[in-house]
Design a protein around this ligand. Structure first.
Ligand code: ME8
Length: 531
């Protein structure tokens, strides 16, 4: 059995979740569900980043302790996951004591390995990014180019991580692993940052107290980014124990690693005998947006090299969801509340819309108007209506029994190689392209209905065999597209597959003609128009 480990960034708890956060989590969930369908042993991690200045500042502004704000907002992020049907196996919080111990342990190793020294940082700093800015990253008026807030001039004695020493190893990594960062434009961006010459970076902060204490100097806490990045590694060391709290002993013996217990049918369990780190490290894909590219594509691999830990296989960098032409962001205040969007359209429509409307990897604007348009024309009409009318015809003309023998040759070519194509696109994290391939077949099935006009065939008893074949072809086509769409639309596809009495989600049964549908049952509209 292959393993597959996918992560989202861990989100800051300085404010509530917005649609941008939901976006990355949904994308990671699509990959996780797809790999479970392939029979892989999957671990899907998300969580919250709770230390550092952005959180401490937000808490002080509200007059509460950082821990209180962290508890409050972490809970909102945790609650978002099931709302968007995310099947994460664990939800990490960087205030988990187990995580903090791993941070201390790994960073002490980096220190012992001689990559840490005491120095003075002098330069620009953005408290919203929790990032030190080079002179060429400062906008006019000493503003942060991302948050448009005034940068502060910092002078601080800190321990430094000797990032510059990893220049050559990083260049080698990029030369030998051209897929370490995707898409290619982001690979080029990261590599050119490395080639422009790396400067050492603060590993600790002296002025802050809201963080993981530095074991060799308790006057310091670790710089929040190193604490945060290590979540991807630390989670595997304690997730089983956490995820299993409250689970009966006999179940524990069988399965570990289930954060979200309404698990999809195709998911596997993780054998307790092997630790999650052995099974899942190194991570297969870290999903991030381009705002945190440098941390993940430069600092993170260098830090792991310094600690002598294996590197993740790939960082995939998606674009921004934009509103009014600007990145949707808490600091800019132009955010869509995912809970409100779900209330209106449902979480499955949201998953579909975000991955369909914004080419994954690029920036794209979102709006209620384009959401409504996709909902009506694609979910309600192309897919929902195709399903309803096909099943209605099977019920009306054949009392629900499907006896067509082999599905139509006419469609075989259109569906040939589709599962392989979808799998290879998803292996490259091309989530929108994979969805588009399936949608082209949904549209093909719609054209097939019009071409064959089963309502005409039904009038002519001599054409009974043709009608059987058309109905069987539609049922089989719906089965195939539903298995392939399942990661994007888990609920609707399960309802439809249940109505076709073909609940198996396994990917190796996704080829056209593999199914054996015998009857169909009534199906409520999958995407009611009135929503
Ligand atoms: O950066 N469009 O947390 P964060 C698309 N704690 N994705 C968006 C988005 C938008 N408009 N806005 C946010 C942090 N995101 C750190 C990460 S990881 C070790 C530490 C998503 O709360 C996207 O994934 O600011 C982005 O990278 C992430 O949220 C930033 O979340």
């Amino acid at each position: 059995m292959s393993s597959f480990y996918v992560t989202t960034p861990i989100y800051y708890v300085n404010a509530a979740p917005h649609l941008g956060h939901a976006y990355t989590t949904i994308a990671a969930d699509v990959l996780a569900r797809h790999h479970r369908q392939r029979g892989d042993d999957v671990f899907f991690l998300t969580g919250t980043d709770e230390h550092g200045e952005p959180v401490a500042d937000a808490a002080h502004a509200l007059g509460v302790e950082p821990q209180e704000l962290a508890d409050r907002n972490s809970e909102r992020f945790r609650a978002l996951a099931p709302k968007i049907a995310a099947s994460n196996d664990f939800f990490i919080r960087t205030t988990d004591p187990e995580h903090m111990l791993v941070v201390q342990d790994v960073l002490s190793r980096v220190h012992e390995n001689g990559h840490v020294y005491m120095g003075t940082y002098e330069g620009w700093y953005c408290p919203k990014c929790a990032d030190f800015k080079a002179e060429n990253e400062v906008d006019e008026g000493e503003l942060c180019p991302i948050h448009h807030v005034k940068l502060t001039r910092e002078q601080e004695d800190n321990y430094f991580f000797a990032l510059s020493r990893f220049q050559e190893p990083l260049e080698r990594l990029y030369a030998e692993h051209e897929d370490f960062v995707a898409p290619r434009s982001r690979y080029n961006e990261a590599l050119s940052f490395i080639k422009s010459g790396l400067r050492d970076v603060p590993l600790t902060r002296h002025k802050l107290t809201w963080g993981v204490p530095v074991p060799w100097d308790p006057e310091h806490v670790f710089y929040v980014w190193f604490d945060a990045l290590l979540n991807y590694y630390s989670a595997l060391s304690y997730a089983p124990a956490r995820a299993l709290q409250g689970v009966p002993a006999q179940e524990k013996a069988a399965v570990v690693g289930v954060e979200n217990r309404d698990a999809p049918r195709a998911r596997g369990g993780h054998a307790v005998s092997q630790t999650l780190t052995d099974t899942f490290w190194p991570a297969d894909v870290h999903l991030i947006a381009k705002d945190i590219l440098r941390f993940h594509t430069v600092y993170w691999p260098a830090l792991l090299m310094g600690a002598e830990i294996e590197l993740p296989k790939r960082v995939f960098v998606h674009g921004y969801l934009l509103m009014d032409g600007e990145k949707m962001s808490k600091s800019l205040g132009n955010v869509l509340d995912p809970f409100e969007v779900i209330e209106r359209f449902g979480s499955h429509a949201l998953r579909f819309y975000l991955l369909r409307d914004v080419p994954f990897g690029q920036d794209g604007s979102v709006s209620t108007a384009s959401f409504e348009q996709r909902y009506e024309s694609e979910l309600a009409n192309d897919y929902g209506n195709l399903a309803s009318r096909s099943i209605a015809m099977i019920l009306r003309y054949r009392d629900g029994v499907v006896t067509g023998g082999e599905p139509d040759e006419l469609l075989r070519e259109d569906f040939a190689g589709l599962p392989e194509l979808v799998a290879s696109l998803l292996d490259r994290v091309e989530l929108t392209n994979a969805l588009d391939q399936v949608w082209q077949r949904v549209r093909r099935l719609n054209r097939y209905v019009e071409e064959q006009a089963p309502w005409q065939l039904a009038k002519d008893p001599e054409r009974a065999a043709d009608l059987d074949r058309v109905l069987c072809t539609l049922a089989e086509g719906l089965r195939v597209v539903s298995v392939l769409l399942h990661p994007y639309l888990p609920d609707a596809t399960e309802k439809l597959l249940d109505a076709l009495d073909a609940p198996d989600l396994a990917f190796d049964g996704a080829a056209f003609g593999e199914g054996e549908i015998r009857f169909a049952q009534k199906l409520e509209p999958l995407f009611p128009k009135s929503q």
